[in-house]
Design a protein around this ligand. Sequence first.
Ligand SMILES: Nc1ncnc2c1ncn2[C@@H]1O[C@H](COP(=O)(O)OP(=O)(O)OP(=O)(O)O)[C@@H](O)[C@H]1O
Length: 318
Amino acid sequence: MTPLIECTDVTKKFGDFTALSQLNLTVPPSVVYGYLGPNGAGKSTTIRMLMGLSRPTSGRVRVFGQDPTEPEVRRRIGYLPGELRLDERLTVGQTLTSWGRLRGLRDTAYRDELVQRFGVDVSRKVRGLSTGNRRKVGLVGAFMARPELLILDEPTNGLDPLMQQVFLTTVEEARDNGQSVLLSSHILSEVERVANLVAVLQDGKLAASGPTQELRRRAAQRFHITFAEDEDVPLAALAALDGASAVERRRPDGQEVSLTWAGSPDALLTFLAGHRIRTLTAPEPDLEEAFLEYYQQGVPGSRSSTAKEPSPAADPVR
Ligand SMILES: Nc1ncnc2c1ncn2[C@@H]1O[C@H](COP(=O)(O)OP(=O)(O)OP(=O)(O)O)[C@@H](O)[C@H]1O
């Protein structure tokens, strides 16, 4: 089956600055694809190329197997730009009607349902709408024609938590209906619930990509270990283990240590078997924390393995 989106070795330069480097990305049908990265990573640059609004410096971008500058490709996509420009003179209703006309929208029942769901007031003038309300109008416009592909640049920007939930439910519905959604965000937890696939972009390069569950499994794991009262806490030895990072004693004289572990925990468990421990807990890895490793360190586990004693002046309970 032809992928809906295919980027092959895509590089985008602005003068001497490389905004995207050798990007490879494939979005199959009926998925939600989370396109993640911190500010300035290159997400909007990618999206603008997918919409045919800019061209790659090198490499190939295909949407529905075609060049995205083809007008026919554009018509098949529901697009929410990062910065939505609206005609300030129109009402919200007139705006949606004019978009609908452009798309040849006949069945307006779903549009009306979305208007209700997002709490959009169609009688209001666009001028004077808040950022969040503009975003909601843009979302109704993107979803209303049930396009095969939705490309949404930072869709949850400015939405309150309730509207974020409404948005995520609408995304899930679209996927269940066989549509695909590519959505960019710099907040992983927003995307995690709905995304089947995620890609993490950092400084214009893919730091990680794959099924969300798999990335979760690969994510660095935090462990909390409490050693027995009369056991010397082997802080330096723990920090020296290959895979350990951010090794911290929770209290200056306490027996509790926490650390981040990358990869299979076999070696950690073997090490701990030689010590007397009271408790070992491993909270569900927080993907956000794991991706921060990508953002900050490049690859999980690459963080330097130094042991940290808490400063005696610091609040001992963290
Ligand atoms: N037209 C342009 N000319 C020069 N540099 C640009 C241009 N567009 C983007 N850039 C630069 O390319 C980099 C990537 O920008 P981009 O907008 O794609 O990031 P982003 O991941 O979407 O970030 P954000 O979450 O802040 O929107 C940034 O350093 C930005 O300053």
